[in-house]
Design a protein around this ligand. Structure first.
Ligand SMILES: NC(=O)c1ccc[n+]([C@@H]2O[C@H](COP(=O)([O-])OP(=O)(O)OC[C@H]3O[C@@H](n4cnc5c(N)ncnc54)[C@H](O)[C@@H]3O)[C@@H](O)[C@H]2O)c1
Length: 351
């Protein structure tokens, strides 16, 4: 049983705290918002304002403070204010304590900003009596508690081995594969995750505009290519470090469709244009892409929860070898019913 202080008891903080309580840990929720503290106390949970907390009395402090983007720039001051309070509260104690960044922060923030501030204000050294970790959260706000309890994958980046072992043990009962990396990799994984989701939505929306112009149903196009395009169902498709696409079809078809959309439909396709530009940049590069022997297979990368709790090793992220090494979509997935269209466009569900 670990004693965990969660600083910032909003969506992520509450889901995390409730999840750890479910697994038998002792959790103190901390927030500066009186309404949140009152609500949590009414539920019988331990909830405190920052000045009421005995910081060194816990084993782990998790920072889940809001990091909003204002006028296109991330605002870290709320997060850093919380961090300052924690760091000052840890001054004077010698018991090992892990500080975990759960907020979404730009790459290198944990090592270049959090670490020096934590050391300066606590008077303690990371790697000595302090551990430091970056543990991004992937939950969806709409199903936060359930998503925290049943994650698809748990990711944590750690500075030292002791905190890697502690987090490995903490997350082992969640029964999800664990990716144990360094702090900056964990920060990048979080952004890459969200940016991929955003890009996918924009890709389909770009096609929706094309379909509208052609008077066809974009839903039929989208649902169908979710089965036909290998990149949709093969998790490792395209994830090899730095290799541009090539072959007989992708270069010629991307260019031809871009020309068709602009000449015949008068449509901009900024995602498609960006796709071609990235490929040109990678093709022209003189630096070699990641070579095959440097690429770690998905199986090696995604450690199972049990072995990770024991090793909690730092693993290089590179993606999988190639599509030959990845299973095709499961039979059940290919046969699952999904909306089809008659010639008239009316949707039915395939038997
Ligand atoms: N909401 C999501 O679905 C989601 C998912 C994954 C990651 N994230 C990331 O997690 C972080 C937290 O997001 P959230 O949605 O839980 O935010 P939130 O606004 O719901 O909660 C943040 C809480 O932190 C509190 N707080 C602010 N300053 C504080 C301080 N100095 N001390 C103590 N508490 C303080 C606020 O009062 C608030 O209750 C953000 O970086 C966000 O990007 C959010």
């Amino acid at each position: 049983m670990a004693r965990i202080t969660v600083v910032g008891s909003g969506v992520v903080g509450q889901a995390s705290g409730r999840g750890f309580l479910h697994h038998g840990h002792e959790v103190t929720f901390v927030d500066i918002n009186p309404e949140i503290i009152e609500r949590l106390r009414l539920e019988g949970l331990t909830a405190k304002f920052p000045d009421e907390v005995h910081w060194a009395g816990a084993d782990i402090t998790m920072l889940a403070i809001n990091t909003p983007t204002v006028d296109g720039k991330i605002r870290l001051e709320y997060f850093l204010n919380g961090l300052r309070t924690v760091a000052e509260g840890l001054r004077g104690s010698t018991r090992f304590h892990v500080v975990v960044v759960r907020s979404t922060v730009p790459p290198t923030t944990t090592v270049n900003t959090v670490l020096p501030l934590l050391q300066a204000l606590s008077g303690r050294r990371v790697g000595d009596s302090l551990g430091l970790a970056m543990n991004p959260e992937f939950l969806r706000q709409i199903s936060a508690n359930q998503d925290f309890l049943e994650p698809w994958v748990t990711v944590f980046g750690t500075y030292g081995e002791t905190e890697a072992e502690i987090l490995g043990e903490l997350y082992a009962p969640f029964s999800a594969p664990i990716v144990a990396v360094d702090c900056t990799t964990a920060e990048v994984i979080k952004y890459a995750n969200n940016l991929y989701n955003a890009t996918k939505i924009s890709f389909f929306n770009e096609f929706h505009l094309v379909c509208e112009q052609l008077g066809i149903d974009s839903l039929v196009v989208g649902r169908t290519i979710s089965r036909t395009a290998e990149g949709m169902w093969n998790p490792s498709y395209g994830t090899r470090g730095g290799w541009p696409y090539g072959g007989a079809c992708l270069p010629k078809d991307t260019a031809a469709f871009y020309d068709f959309a602009s000449e015949k439909l008068g449509l901009e396709m900024p995602i498609l244009l960006g796709t071609m530009r990235v490929n040109e940049i990678l093709t022209r590069r003189t630096t070699a892409p990641t070579t095959m022997h440097e690429v770690v297979s998905a199986e090696e990368l995604i450690l199972d929860a049990h072995s990770s709790a024991n090793h909690a090793a730092t693993v290089a992220i590179s993606g999988a070898l190639s599509s030959e090494f990845v299973d095709p979509p499961a039979e059940s997935m290919l046969n699952a019913p999904f909306p089809m269209a008659h010639a008239g466009g009316e949707e039915i569900v395939a038997p």
